[in-house]
Every structure is written in structure tokens, then in C-alpha cells.
Design a binder for this molecule. Sequence first.
Ligand SMILES: [Zn+2]
Length: 580
Amino acid sequence: MRTLCATLMLTTCLGTAAQAATVYPLDRATILAGSPFDLKVEFDGAVKAADVMVTINGQPAAKVLGKDVQFVEKEAGTEASAVLIRAATLAKPGSYTLTASAGADTKSVTWDVYGTPATAKAKNVIFFLGDGLSVAHRTGARLMSKGMTEGKANGRLNMDDLDHMAFIGTSATNAVATDSANTMSAYMTGHKTAVNALGVYADRTEDSLDDPRVETIAEALRRTTRKSIGVVAMSELEDATPAAVFSHTRKRADKAKITEMIFDLKPEVLLGGGSAFFLPKSVPGSKRKDDKDYIAAFKDAGYTLATSASELEAAKGTNSGKILGLFHTGNMDTYLDRVQLKKGTVGKFPDQPGLVEMTTVALGQLAKNPDGFFLMVEGSSIDKMAHPMDWERSMVETIEFDQAIGVARDFVKTHPDTLIVVTGDHTHGVSIIGTIDDNKPGPEMRDKIGTYADAGFPNYTDENKDGYPDRVDVSRRLAIFSSNFPDYYETFQPKLDGPFVPAVQNEKKEYVANEAYKSVPGAVLRIGNLPRSDDTAVHAVDDVVLQATGPSAEGFKGYMEESDVYRVLAEALALAPVKK
Ligand SMILES: [Zn+2]
């Protein structure tokens, strides 16, 4: 920057030099009082230790934070210097301006350190995260589950009636677009970060585990309370969303490491998929590259192990209060595959519980703690089925997610000191535009799409009143499309033979339409509008809708950043000032 400076006009030069370094936490960070965080200053070039000045509100940073400053003359893989203070804390709420300089290389950031009321308003928090939960998912789930007569829904979803609501911005620190790591991390730490990062600011060095850390909600709960912690997901437990509750890595793909982080924190209830990273490499199905056996380690730590729905049912009565349920080596199957179609990997894992059963068991266990609990429940496959544009699976997953919310709403009838939050981490470019009616005349499937008045109403039925459509392949079904897609064959049909795989890789490593669907009657080739490196539809930048009920729910309103949501959780649980 400074070499460039010399060739520029002086005014431009000053402007550039004044913002040369990068400081983590970033400018406008909101920090929970007393919560540990790593402070890092990345200078643009090599600087001398003697020239470095880091002040907070005019005082030496080391003095304000009571911590030693590490100076790194040349960071690995760079020609530049850095300053690092690990596990810093700011105990007093207020505005803090940090200025870092080394000669002309200088940068100032301002942080808002906030406290919370001394007493918690909520004893328990249940945080429902519908991965990829978009507005169309809510509409589709309501239409398929409840039906509609003369333009009015014939019923409400459990999430529909939650009395507080906010629009949430999901963007990452490095892009408007976003993934399930940085988004959930913002909810679970109060700090926004870069795509793929969990519980850290993404620094410039290659090592994914050395990045400046921020405290996760699980760590804050361990530090300040005796509450139990539960995580329930339909995905691998090491997947981005559950991992964000307790992990610190620049790369969400560090799943073996994330398993170690789960073990370090030891949430009392862990239910989901992903056993492949718990098993030592010698066991078939393991994805570890070492001999560590985390199933044995959890058992030694007093956990009851469940690997099927029936074992989970038996584990309910356990007195240890600690359950590790691992029902799949990878991601668990969808409701449609588990219960109705018996496709996907159900042949290999025939007795998987669903989100409703897992949420019920988790609440039963966690409620035994007189100090209360924090439970995160993820409807993981709403997203995992939205990516391949398998809309029937994605919508039915939303219904199952909503039924799990119903379990929580029943729980709060007897536990009113519980805050329920329901939100998505990001949206998909998905929309419902009408219906597809097989009986509509026309030679092509597109002729059968009804828009405006032609759409009428879909004819899903729910004879057994379980809240799920009896079948998804009805003659007049919802017409749901994605705004973005790879090359694929649009079949206009539910995928009854297993989850949709729209695109496959060719010899040039580009994604092309999966020819397996070419022979479906009426299928048409759609040329993608995404780069050929994308195999599925991608996340949208659109806001997500958050709903909440219970103590502190009034804190959710208007437009909020995902990082702002953490502050409401912290206030509900009184995570600062520290009281023990
Ligand atoms: Zn996704």
C-alpha cells in the first residue's frame, strides 16, 4: 500500500494509508461484556515491533485488556506483520475505539461492548434453525399440511402463531452471499464472519485453526451458568449449523477437528447424524484419519449411546442426563424417505428417528436440570433438499420441522420461562408460482402449469390427520421453482425414487444435466444460469424471517443482523455481567 502511495497524489495517499491494517474484531463489532475474544491486527506489510502502537480509548491495549501482546514479525505465508492478543476480555459495557499503527500504517475500529440485566428473564432457550428456511417454505408447508379454501388457509403452522417477528440480514463479512457456517456462527457468537468460518474471524494465514476466536453461546453458558446444552440436527453433528454452537475454525470442512471440539465442550444431549467422524479409521464407514474413538470417549464420559430410534426410545429413561445419539454415518434421511417412500439411504439405516422424536427426547432430558438449558434444533434437510431443487422433500421437511416446534410449544405450556426462537440461517431462491395440474390439456408439461386464476388450489389430502400430505404426487400440486440452477432436466414431477440429483460432473469437471432424468415423460432440458462449477441451486441473499415467543421475545423486531440476535439471547439468559 505504501509503495503504491508514493506514486499517488498526497490526499489519496493519506486516505489509503489511514485504512491500511485490518483489525479483528471488525469495526462496529458488538461484544458481550466479559466474553473472551482474540484481538488481531494484520498490518499491510512488514513493520518493526518498536513502531507498533495499539491503543484502546487512548490507553495501551495490553493495559486495558490485561494481556500480553504477541508481535509476529512475518506471518506464515506472508511478508507482513501482525499483533495478537488471545482471550482478551472487556468487562465494562461501553464504546471502545482501538487504534493500531506502525508508522503510516494505521487503522481505527470502534466496538460496542454490551452488558445484560443481572437476572435472566428466560430459564430455557430453544433455538429452532430451519436451514435455508425461506418464505416459500413456510407457504408451501402450510398449503401442503393444512390446505386452503377460498383463499384462506385451513389452519396454521406452529411457527405461524409465534408473536414476535423480525427480518434478519444474513450476509457474510466478505460477501453479500452466505453459507450455513458464517450465518449460524453470527447467531451463536454475536459476531459476523466470513463464508465457511465458525466461531472465528477469518484471518489471512492458511492455518484454519489459528484464526482469532470469539466465544460461542455454548462456551458463554459454560462460563456463566450451570445450564445444560443440547444439539439436535438431521445433518451430521459436525455440519456447519450444529458445529456453530461450539466450534472455532476457518473451515467448516474440518469435521474431524469439530468432533474433538464437541467432545471438549460435551453438550449433554447430542442427537443427529455424522458418526463417521466419531469412529476411528479402522472401523468401516469412518472418515477419521486417526485412531481416536469418540464414541468410546463419550461413553467413558458417562453418555448413553443410541444408534437407532428404538435405542433412543430406551435411552429416554437414562439417569445419566447425557445422551449421544448417532443415527447415520452421514446426514439423516428426509421424512418423505424415512416414512413414506423408503428411499434414500433408508435401506442401510432403516430405524432413524425424526426431528419430532429427537426434540421430544432432548427436551425430556434437558428439563431435568433445575438450572435450565439451551437447546438448538436444526431442520437441516430443508436446505439439503432445496439445493437439488427437490421441492417436495424440502417442503415436507419444513412440515416436520414445524411439528418439532409444536413439541416445544407444548413444553412451554408447563415451562413458560422458556424463550422459543424460530428462524432460518439464509434463504434459497425458491418461489411458489401456482400449480401443476396433470389434467390440464396440452402436449408439454409447461402447458400444465396454472398461473393466476388458472392455478386454482392444490389437491393434497391428509386423511389420517397427521399433518403430512398422504402423498406428494397428487394430480394438482404446487408449482415450485428456483431462480437459479445448473443445467438440469425439469420433470415437473415429485422425485419418488429418491432425492433429486439435478447435475453430474463430466470429464472436464463441469456440472451438466443428469441424463438419468431425460427419460421421465415430459422432462425438458433447462440450461443453467449458474457457473458450470455449481452442481445445485445456491443460497439467496434475501432476508430470512425470525419468529419468537416467550421471555425477551419482544427484543426481536424490525430489521436485525444475525449478530444482533445473539444479544437478545444473551439478555434473555443474562450472560453478562457474570454471576455465579
Ligand atoms: Zn445450503
